[in-house]
Design a protein around this ligand. Sequence first.
Ligand code: AMP
Ligand code: ZN
Ligand code: ZN
Length: 399
Amino acid sequence: MNNYFQRVALSLLLSAVSAQNSDAYVLMISMDGFRADYLDRTYTPNFDKLANRGVKAESLRPVFISKTFPNHYSLATGMYPENHGLIANSFYAPDLQERYSMRDRSKVEDGRFYAGEPIWITAEKQGLKAASFYWVGSEAQGLRPSIWKRYDQGVPFDARVDSVISWFSLPPPSRPNLVLLYFHEPDWTGHAEGPNGWKTLKKVRDMDALLGRILSKTSKLDIAQNLNIIVTSDHGMMEVDSEKLIDLSAYADFSDVRFEGSGPTVAISSDSEERLGEVYESLTTVPHCNVYYRQDIPDRWHYKNHDRIGDILVVADKGWWLSALSHGSFLPKGMHGYDNDLQSMHAIFIADGPAFKDGYLRGIFDNIHVYPLVAHILDLAPYPGIDGDLDAVRDLLRD
Ligand code: AMP
Ligand code: ZN
Ligand code: ZN
């Protein structure tokens, strides 16, 4: 009899625990190009409030290359670009014999370009509803969560927030446990005005005010007590100097090779070993950059084991701009894409909610650990083969 009561008590306890876990909610917000030190350079009371109540990392290290598409997809999958396949914003994919470009709708929505398992798919496979407002990868065929939106930059930020609030207000069978939300600022202004421009810092304050409205609205939700809010970003922003322009075509002949990109990195590919050798030799004389054959790209970048990565990669020193246009190219005032160890390329990570410690500050961590962190909060078994590791960020958690 005693045993029977023990078993009943245990099963009641277990069902209470599992009900509690399926009651966990996560809202993950990305503010594109939010450089870590922006928070120290202007007045951001709402970010400060969130950090004081919850957790904050000194900064979040992006994956290399420090561009939007590779990084959002690494945040979503816990994988390095050499494993998830989105190795740049634009690239040639020899495996598909097609080009990918973030500006080409048909490619952005073509699931064949995307490997790994984004967190919203992990959630839905394990019985939770998920939603995305513009997260990279969530528009692709075969990768879409139950609720998703086709990218339209013109949709006002507050309208995006109102949609998210309405999703969290749905009755339980339809209500998502996981929502991802994207804003293209302060990246947009950071490119135009540079990371030190007053308009960029003004935009940071605008994003702080937006965060204030998000916190106010989410605090009124029925699920408020169970909601974890993560505010993060894909990369930082570097000042670009119009004096630091390198015209690679002055050093090497790029006719009959594939030349990809401009700015912090360029990639060159060819089927001809001989032509690659010639181009490589010529480029070794260029100042203010490093040139690598793919197999020699530094291991710390985890950026070589995919044939979408160019045969030769040229990486500019900080603030330098590579191009192959003898007549010059359009230069923004700010850019990212440089070495992900540079502090100026680092992003933010701030989170608050029942899963997180209170008022806890920690050091830098890599954005590949965000996927296992979110999976853990939602009690999901992570996709095998991810590069991220929950143990690297477990200290953020309350238990
Ligand atoms: P970049 O600064 O070049 O790395 O890219 C940032 C830009 O990516 C933003 O300004 C957006 O216009 C664009 N972007 C972000 N998400 C998407 C998406 N899902 N589809 C198309 N473009 C996007
Ligand atoms: Zn970005
Ligand atoms: Zn950008």
